[in-house]
Design a binder for this molecule. Structure first.
Ligand code: GLA
Length: 402
């Protein structure tokens, strides 16, 4: 009897170990930089070094941005004809990839690469289909820390199977790698990817517009607000080690400062990965102030890892809340309209219940101090209503603490 029990336990343990991703990666949403939003395939050795240097000198690294990820376009058009290995583009990366990985590591940062589950990447470079274990060994040999895995040219294959195969290949190669699934939410990865990777895209590609879409005919890039709307209903699937990913940041890529601030605040409220996508080497002081706001980042990186939710909306004003560690809360008053809107929020009349994560904000039972996370100043407490004017396309974001 005892032996049979032991056998079952061992069997269960083996099955679990085999199926599982690396443990303990990305316990808070991953933070970093990715080349795609600004550079597309126009990337190089020089760019990576410049970005790595700026991540350190600007204070981004200190603020938590760790991963420097090269997106599509880092490979030559063909695999090595003898070994079948992927080859870094020799023109863009004349010193190869390993020296660059070492350089980025020497700065105290981590390095990531991109590939695709299909036969070719979205930009037409060699895809991983049929080479999963070989590519995983190649990434392990480079010592990279992050893999973004896209979904072009997949010709009807099963997403769960394809991503699980790559996840197992990474595990078998033995080097811990954050696995970022990028199939745009098409196959609802939130239902099956918790043990496959650390983050999964929930939506199509972002674009640096606040509202609306950028229409390319066969596909559309989405603005920040439509992406926010599409996150509703997904919060129950996210948590430490497995995150909904509403795509990389467009802060500093052409929206107004107010819109950039709103975009960043909402990504923090949503516990989204914070992957900057601007040219850090040339960013303005305003962009830098947004990306490095440590008080707002602390909301994103809160250790409970609970994604925020829309508590209410009235006309164009939305109130989002996020439970935080130590019974703190973040609240974000979002004005989606073209004109300023007055907020008058009486905490004592608003009993906020997060039924999913069993948290309650009740200002009648507990007075909370209010800190404005963009002006970095205290703004009274929950005994009095919060009265303020929110500029167009902007937010007031506060932290409530006891
Ligand atoms: C897809 C992804 C983008 C980017 C490009 C690269 O569109 O969603 O984030 O990686 O491919 O080709």
């Amino acid at each position: 009897m005892k032996i049979r029990f032991l056998f079952i336990v061992i069997l269960f343990w083996c099955a679990k170990g085999y199926a599982q991703k690396f443990e303990g990666l990305a316990l808070t949403p991953p933070m970093g930089w990715n080349s795609w939003n600004t550079f597309q395939v126009d990337i190089s050795d020089e760019l990576v070094r410049g970005i790595a240097d700026k991540m350190v000198s600007s204070g981004m690294k200190d603020a938590g941005y760790t991963y420097l990820v090269l997106d599509d376009g880092w490979m030559a058009m063909e695999r090595d004809s003898l070994t079948g290995n992927l080859v870094p583009d020799p023109k863009k990366f004349p010193n190869g990839m390993k020296v660059l990985v070492d350089y980025v590591h020497s700065k105290g940062l981590k390095f990531g690469l991109y590939n695709c589950a299909g036969t070719k990447t979205c930009a037409g470079y060699p895809g991983t289909r049929g080479y999963e274990y070989q590519d995983a060994r190649y990434y392990a040999s480079l010592g990279i820390d992050y893999l973004k895995f896209d979904w072009c040219n997949t010709d009807g294959i099963n997403a769960k199977e394809a991503y699980t195969t790559m996840s197992k290949a990474l595990k078998a190669a033995g080097h811990p790698i954050v696995f970022s699934l990028c199939e745009w939410g098409t196959n609802k990865p939130w239902l099956w990817a918790e043990n496959v990777g650390e983050l999964w895209r929930t939506t199509g590609d972002i674009s640096a517009i606040f509202d609306g879409f950028l229409d390319h005919g066969t596909w559309k890039q989405q603005g920040v607000m439509p992406i926010v709307d599409l996150q509703i209903g997904l919060r129950k699937y996210a948590g430490p080690g497995h995150w909904n990913d509403p795509d990389m940041l467009e802060v500093g890529n052409g929206m107004t400062v107010n819109e950039d601030r709103t975009h960043f605040s909402m990504w923090c409220m949503l516990a989204a990965p914070l992957i900057a996508g601007n040219d850090l080497r040339k960013m303005s002081a305003e962009t830098e102030t947004i990306l490095i706001n440590k008080e707002v980042i602390a909301v994103n990186q809160d250790k409970l890892g609970i994604e925020g939710f829309k508590y209410k909306d009235k006309d164009s004003l939305e109130v989002w809340v996020k439970p935080l560690d130590k019974d703190n809360w973040a609240a974000c008053f979002l004005n989606r309209s073209q004109a300023p809107v007055k907020v008058n929020f009486n905490w004592k009349e608003e009993i906020i219940n997060d039924t999913l994560f069993k948290k309650t904000l009740n200002a009648n039972q507990q007075t909370y101090k209010i800190r404005n996370l963009w002006s970095h100043s205290m703004q009274g407490d929950t005994q009095k209503p919060l009265v303020a004017l929110v500029p167009s396309h902007d937010v007031i974001m506060v932290r409530l603490s006891k």
